[in-house]
Design a protein around this ligand. Structure first.
Ligand code: FAD
Length: 478
């Protein structure tokens, strides 16, 4: 591949936003397109994702799911207290249903799943093979249509002409720096989840114990855009989640931790949230952020483990919502085996005092918390947080299980300021000619807490904003 040449469009990053952007541009008449991807393979964080949000998709219509765009638009605007840009959100939601058709046309098959029990309407479209398959299909389609993909290639700088429009982009591959001539660049490099300095500078409440679950993206796209004169929007949002558990590769402990029958305690030994929020791990993270050392522990008893073995989990296993309420035989033995290998993160004991010592809580406070909670369960009314009584079951049957929750973030959200055409705006709100951005490198489309009532909005925004940017770069956006 000859990189030192003129391209119609260069896309920075072959992930959830970059691949759809390039495919859309090629389908709309651009012929010389180059995606430069820093890693040795395409896919980005999108290849780890499961499902994508959509409203009024063909599948929703077929399954008689009422997911009206107007209703969903208003709900997200209200959730964000109208801090979200309505024009960007409208452009995204209005495209989302058609995007499912566009992906189906390329061979993907979707299931429409509910992320948590009772979720209405169902908006989470999970493709067979999940995000990984979606990225594979798009990458293949793009290359078969004549698009060029340069792997192991890190974009470094946008070069502007005298009028302030895009003229070229520089990149580095195999230690060589080169310049690609182009009048159109789409930045889609996935945020800065792996850049400690940027996290500390921009993300309120970030500290180094918060683990990034996604790829360690360095914020190259945001930095390049800012250097080219872009304004920023909602820079510093984190897609936070709690509870996760360190070293829990099979999601066995997380399955226990998100059962609403558990209780969550802080370092003082006190409850701090309605544990039904474990089903809404993005909001639950906000509760943990308020606790001393941002630490939270999950407490369960033998009764709860038995219930999981015999009746399955309320939420499902890991991300497998289709597996909701599937029995988990042998769970107790699996947990014991994990505890033997991972004693820092799980303790099994008959003694509340031991749990207090292990978690750093005061034993009398923890014991009082449990006594109060168990009494509330007997009465059928949680007097502290008014947890749904259907999930009130006293924790009385030894052994007891204490799990250390881990606060994680999937990736950063927020960055370059864009308009509804995904054009990057300068500090006077004027588009920088030829410069577009999509996905996690951009801001103003996602509320400060991830809106899981409509699951899949992060990947949904990546794919739809990518498509819109590709259309705009091809001059085909109506
Ligand atoms: C474990 C996990 C599960 C998730 N599950 C879901 C889910 O089910 N639903 C949902 O809505 N969201 C989910 N998300 C979030 C979602 O995956 C992201 O929001 C989405 O992938 C963002 O798309 P993007 O294109 O902005 O970034 P990415 O998909 O990460 O793509 C960015 C690409 O740019 C490349 N890149 C970076 N810097 C450069 C550079 N300088 N030059 C060239 N290339 C560069 C990267 O290597 C990467 O390939 C999940 C995230 C994680 C980590």
């Amino acid at each position: 591949m000859v990189l030192d040449q003129q391209f119609d469009l260069v896309v920075v990053g072959a992930g959830g936003a970059g691949l759809p952007a390039a495919v859309e541009a090629i389908e709309n008449g651009l012929t010389k397109i180059l995606i430069m991807e820093k890693r040795a393979q395409a896919g980005g964080n999108a290849a780890m994702a499961w499902g994508i949000f959509a409203a009024e998709s063909p599948l929703q219509k077929e399954e008689m799911v009422e997911a009206r765009r107007e209703t969903l638009f208003k709900a997200i605007m209200d959730w964000s207290h109208w801090k979200t840009d309505p024009a960007i959100l409208r452009a995204y939601i209005w495209k989302s249903g058609e995007t499912i058709r566009w992906l189906e046309e390329k061979g993907l098959k979707f299931d429409l799943l509910r992320y948590f029990p009772g979720q209405e309407p169902a908006v989470w479209h999970v493709p067979e093979g999940h995000g990984a398959r979606m990225m594979e299909v798009l990458s293949l389609y793009y290359q078969q249509a004549g698009g060029q993909l340069s792997l192991n290639t890190r974009c470094t700088q946008i070069v502007l002409d005298a009028g302030g429009g895009v003229k070229a982009i520089t990149a580095e591959k195999d230690g060589q720096i080169f310049t690609v001539q182009t009048r159109n660049v789409i930045i889609a490099s996935g945020g800065f989840g792996g850049n400690r300095a940027m996290l500390e500078k921009y993300c309120d409440g970030y500290d180094s114990q918060m683990h990034c679950l996604g790829l360690p993206h360095q914020g190259d796209g945001v930095a390049m855009g800012m250097e080219a004169g872009a304004a920023t929007a909602s820079l510093g949002s984190l897609l936070l989640e709690w509870p996760h558990v360190k070293g829990d590769s099979g999601s066995i402990l997380v399955t226990v931790a998100r059962e609403p029958y558990c209780i969550y305690i802080n370092k003082k030994g006190q409850r701090f949230i309605d544990e039904v929020k474990g089903l809404h791990s993005f909001e639950c993270a906000n509760g943990v952020m308020r606790q001393p050392q941002k630490a939270g522990y999950i407490i369960a008893d033998e009764g709860l483990i038995k219930r999981l073995e015999e009746r399955g989990a309320v939420l499902g296993r890991g991300n497998d919502r289709a597996g909701r309420r599937r029995k988990i035989p042998g769970l107790k033995d699996q947990i014991k085996a994990i505890a033997a290998k991972n004693p820092e993160n799980i303790l099994i004991t008959d003694s509340w005092e031991e749990i207090a010592a292990w978690s750093g809580a005061s034993a009398p406070v923890l014991i009082k918390t449990l006594e109060d909670y168990n009494q509330d369960c007997e009465r059928g009314c949680d007097q502290q947080f008014f947890k749904d009584p259907r999930y009130l079951a006293p924790l009385v049957k030894a052994p007891f299980y204490a799990i250390k929750g881990e606060l994680v973030f999937l990736n950063t959200l927020g960055g370059l300021k864009i308009n509804a055409r995904m054009e990057v705006l300068d500090k006077t709100e004027k588009p920088i000619k030829g410069l577009y951005a999509a996905g996690a490198d951009t801001g103003s489309w996602e509320p400060d807490t991830y809106f899981d009532r409509f699951s899949g909005t992060a990947l949904g925004f990546a794919v739809n904003s990518g498509r819109i940017a590709g259309l705009a770069a091809a001059g085909a956006l109506k």
